[in-house]
Design a protein around this ligand. Structure first.
Ligand code: ADP
Length: 159
């Protein structure tokens, strides 16, 4: 059985992330979506909130499982016998960071490959950071996020 791990901070999950998860689920027998717990950047949503939103957002998607992970991505992958990581490429600006991270991961774990997927063009400019900024300024972001995320963002920003 071929399993892929899609790691990220998902703060919060967007329809761009979901687009990628669906694409990966068409290629692999199982997609584990890994929600990073030890973020160096301070997230808007807690570990539990980011996890709960993702679980809600992928409800009904077959072969997709959401898990929390701590520490190095490659260590987590190895522990679960996973040899493939999924990452997303939106614009050229993603390339440098993703390139650096992939080659670093490869030095840590030569047996683990990273595969890049591109989202539908309607999400190719979308980032969680921009979503949070737009929502804070009162923009309607319903076309970019699952309903549970829209509600949660509204609730958080209303405080
Ligand atoms: P990280 O902090 O690990 O970059 P993110 O949640 O921001 O976590 O992103 C996880 C992965 O999903 C990254 O590879 C990123 O490029 C990708 N990604 C983020 N937003 C989108 C999007 N709108 N469409 C496709 N991929 C995306």
């Amino acid at each position: 059985m071929r399993t892929a791990l899609y790691p990220g901070s998902f703060d919060p999950v967007s329809l761009g992330h979901i687009d990628l998860i669906k694409r990966a689920a068409r290629i692999f027998d199982k997609v584990m979506v890994g929600v990073a717990q030890n973020l160096h950047k301070k997230p808007l949503f807690s570990n539990e909130e980011r996890l709960a939103m993702l679980k809600e957002a992928v409800k009904g998607l077959e072969r997709v499982e959401v898990v929390a992970f701590d520490g190095l991505v490659v260590d987590f992958a190895r522990k679960h016998g996973i040899r493939v990581l999924i990452r997303g490429l939106r614009m050229i600006s993603d390339f440098e960071y993703e390139f650096q991270m992939t080659l670093t991961n490869r030095r840590f774990a030569e047996d683990i490959e990273t595969i890049f997927l591109m989202p539908s063009e309607q999400y190719s400019f979308l980032s969680s950071t921009l979503l949070k900024e737009s929502a804070a300024l009162g923009a309607d972001i319903s076309m970019f996020v699952p309903k549970c995320v829209e509600d949660k963002l509204k609730e958080r920003l209303a405080r």
